[in-house]
Design a protein around this ligand. Sequence first.
Ligand SMILES: [Zn+2]
Length: 145
Amino acid sequence: MKQLISYIVVHATGTLPSASLEGIKNYWKNEKKWNNPGYHYIILSDGEVEKLQDESLIANGVKGFNKVSIHVGYIGGKNKKGEYVDTRTQKQKEAMMNLLISLSEKYPDALILGHRDFTGVKKACPCFDVRRWLQEYVPNFKNIA
Ligand SMILES: [Zn+2]
């Protein structure tokens, strides 16, 4: 049973931006052996937002916090040199901003943060500073700690 949503968490798939959604879904299912997807929403390079599952269901974004989190990911986060960097296209950024704004209205008490902002997480995900980025575009964004 899902509890109150406390976090809206941003992720990168940690793949090249050219990775296919199908490949990512297969990885979760076959390699990770997950029954549920890693995120509720995933943003493709062209800015299209795919809903992977209902918000009332649990996604596997951050171990220990999934019951209280909505997870949003974008395809990318890795460049051709294998470095973890922000590879978001302009369309992905716009779609992400719109999605985060609408989720923040739906869950006014939830905190928006990046996967790497959780204590003890040793990942680059989502490969950019979520709170700084939101603040740049929406000063006084209230869902940022
Ligand atoms: Zn992540």
